[in-house]
Write a protein of this length. Structure first.
Length: 282
């Protein structure tokens, strides 16, 4: 499909540039995001300068606590790395160390994630390594498949605690927006929606229209937003020497019944339409 191939090329280029910057889809990062709120299973690297016995790798427990030598457990969930750093510094200063220097970095992001499902190469959960946008999440999925449609749907649960993939129309789900792949390709800022924990990015399968009769390349073509008869003819290579743009019919199934109407070049098509180009009169 010509349109699908263009989409693959675009998102392939996007993937290359974004994945290099963002890293692999394993939750690792080289630098902590200052606004990220910690959660269960997030991994921390904590260094108490001059005290190797207190430094190391730590994991936020299922109850949101963080167990640390000398001082026991402190609350880590729903706090930033800087919050934890400040509390550890204060607690260690209280009768344990003289003017301790503590640094806390997030080593593994696990607790917050979004889901990407549908027509992508690598569907599944994507760990949020700080603020992430639609383009970054699409890049983490590899690219769109050849069956992908021309738009992407972003879904958000009513309760962020419901960390499961969502589908359009599901109870307790709101549709945050529908984004055209063409807008993403053009770099439209408004199309690159910021995502948050629990969101689902759904890439639906493309719907086709069909062009038959006196055209150079008859067959199915991917439905595009606002696709006109003229554009469909262009995808099909135009009419043959025998074809007539004045003898085009649109065949459409309406409520299970076949309808057939005369078409104009600026008519907008619907998924499943068949455009039939007749022969010219001689």
């Amino acid at each position: 499909m010509q349109v699908a191939n263009k989409i693959l090329t675009v998102l392939g280029a996007i993937s290359l540039s974004v994945v290099v910057a963002a890293g692999q889809n394993d939750g690792l990062t080289q630098k902590s995001d200052p606004g990220y709120r910690l959660g269960p299973k997030d991994g921390l690297s904590i260094v108490v300068w001059g005290h190797d016995e207190l430094s190391g790798k730590f994991t936020v427990a299922a109850d949101g606590g963080l167990s640390f030598p000398l001082i026991g457990s402190i609350k880590a969930a729903d706090r930033t790395a800087l919050d934890v750093q400040n509390e550890l510094t204060a607690r260690l200063s209280d009768g344990y160390l003289n003017s301790p220097r503590v640094t806390v970095e997030i080593e593994r992001y696990v607790s917050q994630r979004v889901f990407i499902i549908g027509e992508v190469r690598t569907p599944g959960a994507v760990s949020l390594t700080g603020p992430m946008t639609l383009l970054e999440v699409l890049a983490r999925s590899g690219s769109l498949t050849e069956q992908a449609g021309g738009e992407v749907v972003i879904l958000r649960p009513a309760d962020p605690a419901d960390a499961v993939p969502l589908v359009p129309g599901q109870s307790g789900t709101s549709e945050l927006g529908r984004v055209s792949v063409q807008q993403l390709r053009r770099g439209t800022v408004a199309a690159n929606i910021p995502l948050r924990d629990g969101d689902t990015v759904f890439v639906p399968r493309a719907e086709d229209i069909y062009v038959i009769g006196y055209v150079n390349r008859p067959g199915p073509y991917v439905m595009e937003t606002g696709l006109t008869v003229l554009r469909a003819l262009s995808l099909a290579g135009g009419t043959t020497a025998l074809g007539s743009t004045g003898r085009i019919r649109i065949i459409r199934i309406v409520e299970g019944k076949r309808t057939e109407t005369a078409a104009h070049l600026d008519d907008v098509l619907q998924p499943g339409d068949t455009i039939s180009v007749g022969a010219r009169w001689f």
